[in-house]
Design a protein. Structure first.
Length: 82
């Protein structure tokens, strides 16, 4: 039996972009093609994003840390992702 993907309750929770440190707020969650997706809105620019759960984990963090280590790790994940 296949496991059901985790459905995080993130509405209203804030996240920080690992590269820029900009804050985004989770507006809603939806399931598309059997994959959980989250709609995020930038507090600064009002832009919205739709990311899968794995994309959310790769790009965002729940703490406002934009140190060089985070940028390096994000680059390595993007380059060496198979």
């Amino acid at each position: 039996m296949a496991e059901e993907p985790s459905k995080l309750q993130l509405n209203g929770q804030g996240f920080f972009d690992k590269c820029t440190g900009k804050k985004y707020v989770c507006l809603s969650a939806t399931e598309l093609g059997g994959i959980q997706h989250y709609r995020l809105k930038s507090e600064e620019t009002e832009d919205t994003l739709l990311l899968s759960e794995s994309g959310l984990k790769i790009r965002f963090h729940d703490k406002p840390d934009k140190g060089i280590k985070n940028i390096k790790n994000l680059f390595l994940k993007a380059v060496y992702k198979k």
